[in-house]
Design a protein around this ligand. Structure first.
Ligand code: PHE
Length: 443
């Protein structure tokens, strides 16, 4: 499957290789103050100007109001604090703001919430009264918490504006739940599970969405625990970790084909990924490893060893509930939501009907700054969840050194048939936006 952003590239996924080669770093012209400190309070719930304009133009869009202020994990967040189009240090679009605070993982009747609860059950049964659970930590975190505290190198690809949503130069939408490791360690916790929404700029296909949910697990051991085993601390923790996660996989799936793959994360050593066989592909569902000693040392745990894992809830839920497309998790259509109930893990999703996709191709000369993630953001900005896939189908460089890309966009609604007229209009708008926002020349 894909590269974990912290892991090593696997050659099967060229799109990530493209992304990694073409990162752009906008210069910070104006460092902005921390958003949460300056928020005046505005009334909740009115349509943003752009939403209401496009609502008249495209009836399929903006059925949901874009609120100007939301209460996220007890923190009041203004839209203007998170989305600032004119600020080059900010790359959060409206479509992402509208997902903040939805907290699918806290809905007991939603597949993501059902899965979270099933994982809680596993830990409660096997480690009674040990793991503390957090599912309400604010997704707006400092660059320090998201990257520095977990030893992500200064030049690591995941820090780029191409990969991560920046609110300002010091503040991001967390791109993993590992952003909370250090803070919780400092508070003295030794066994914890953190569940939350995480945000990544990414490509468009059936298993990638710019917002998804992770659960982080963390366990600290004291010397007497590994000494009694006769093993060295690292082997003891690695062993314990793999057993815990194999047990979890079995608890969730019963029999499923899985494999461990060695990998790299800045915050663990050794590091592993667990992959599960799904839809004729190996799907990476979690990353884990033995926590780097430096993280423990910096946070008051000198004489300990620990393990950590980060697990993608959508990936697991897609397999367990047979949900074929990641966009469905965000559907409010009763034909989706009514199929799931509290405590019912692994009820098989019944597609309510299969609507045909419509493919449109678009070719353009790219500039040096072009990235596929930027293209996908523009496509989602126009087509929203109607964009099913954006795929590079052709690329060549001419004698003058100009490079052309041809992308095929698949449009499909999960809920209804789309009309030709609607798709043509969407494609027209996408072309216009791509040309004006991405500095490319359409062919
Ligand atoms: N944070 C990693 C990711 O998002 C997952 C991970 C968590 C890996 C903890 C190791 C330990 O890809």
């Amino acid at each position: 499957m894909a590269v974990t952003r912290y892991g090593l590239c696997k050659s099967s996924l060229p799109r990530h290789v493209f992304a990694a080669m073409s990162i752009t770093h906008p210069t910070f012209i104006k460092p902005s103050p921390h958003p949460l400190k300056t928020s005046p309070s505005l009334p909740i719930s009115f349509y943003s100007t752009s939403a209401s304009l496009s609502a008249t133009k495209h009836p399929h869009k903006s059925k949901h109001p874009i609120v100007s202020l939301l209460d996220n994990c007890g923190v009041k967040i203004n839209k203007d604090d998170v989305v600032r189009e004119s600020d080059p240090a900010n790359n959060v679009p409206d479509s992402i703001f509208s997902k903040l605070g939805l907290q699918l993982h806290r809905r007991d009747h939603h597949p993501i919430g059902i899965l979270k609860n099933a994982i809680y059950d596993y830990f409660d049964t096997n480690y009674p009264n040990s793991f503390l659970k957090f599912d309400d930590l604010c997704p707006i975190v400092s660059v320090k918490a998201n990257f520095d505290d977990v030893l992500v190198p200064a030049d690591h690809v995941s820090r780029s504006y191409n990969d991560t949503y920046y609110i300002d130069a010091q503040t991001v939408l967390r791109c993993h739940t590992s952003a909370h490791q250090a803070e919780l360690l400092r508070k003295g916790y030794t066994h914890f599970l953190v569940t939350g929404d995480v945000y990544r700029r990414d490509s468009i296909d059936s298993t990638h969405y710019p917002v998804f949910h992770q659960m982080e697990g963390f366990r600290v051991f004291s010397p007497d625990e590994w000494m009694a085993s006769g093993m060295d601390a690292t082997s003891y923790a690695a062993n314990n970790l793999k057993k815990a996660l194999e047990g979890l996989a079995q608890h969730l799936f019963g029999a499923v084909e899985m494999r461990w793959v060695d990998t790299y994360f800045p915050f663990t050593n050794p590091s592993f990924e667990l992959e599960i066989y799904f839809q004729e592909k190996w799907l990476e569902v979690l990353g884990c490893g033995v926590t780097e000693q430096e993280i423990l040392k910096r946070n008051g745990k000198m004489d300990n060893v620990a393990w950590a894992f980060g697990l993608g809830l959508e990936r697991l839920a897609m397999v367990l509930f047979e949900i074929p497309d990641i966009r469905l998790f965000w559907s409010n259509d009763l034909r989706f939501t009514s199929q799931f109930s509290e405590g019912q893990l692994g009820v098989k999703f019944k597609p309510f009907s299969k609507f045909p996709p419509c493919y449109k191709d678009m070719s353009f000369w790219i500039s040096d700054a072009f990235t596929e993630n930027n293209l996908c953001e523009v496509v989602r900005g126009i087509a929203g969840d109607l964009a099913e896939e954006v795929r590079l189908i052709d690329s060549f460089t001419n004698k003058k050194g100009m490079t052309s890309h041809c992308y095929r966009i698949a449009y499909r609604s999960m809920e209804r048939s789309l009309t030709d007229e609607e798709i043509n209009q969407l494609q027209w708008d996408v072309r216009e936006a791509v040309q004006s926002k991405l500095n490319v020349v359409l062919r």
